[in-house]
Design a protein around this ligand. Structure first.
Ligand code: SF4
Ligand code: SF4
Length: 73
C-alpha cells in the first residue's frame, strides 16, 4: 500500500491567499484553510504542476519532474 506521496511544496510566507491554486487544481487536492492552502487530499494530487504554474507569487514549488522514457514503450 502506498502511503507516501511526492507533493508540491507551499511556502506560506510568500503566499498571498489568492486562492488560484485551490480554484485551478483539477482534482481538488488542495483546500484553503485558515493558515493558507493545504494539500488535504494527497492521494488525489496527480503532481500535474498546475498549482505551481498559476501561483502569481511563486509560492508553490514542484521540485520534481516526471519524465517518461519513450524508448521503454
Ligand atoms: S500538482 Fe496538480 S493535482 Fe497536485 S495540488 Fe497542484 S494542481 Fe492539484
Ligand atoms: S496560488 Fe499561490 S499565492 Fe495564491 S493561494 Fe495558492 S499558494 Fe497562495
Amino acid at each position: 500500500m502506498v502511503d507516501q506521496w511526492t507533493l508540491p511544496e507551499i511556502d506560506l510566507a510568500l503566499c498571498t491567499r489568492c486562492g488560484q491554486c485551490v480554484a485551478q487544481c483539477p482534482t481538488q487536492a488542495v483546500e484553503m484553510q485558515a493558515t493558507g492552502p493545504v494539500i488535504v487530499r494527497p492521494a488525489d494530487c496527480t503532481y500535474c504542476t498546475t498549482c505551481e504554474a498559476v501561483c502569481p507569487v511563486g509560492a508553490i514549488t514542484c521540485a520534481f519532474e516526471i519524465a517518461w522514457d519513450k524508448s521503454a514503450f
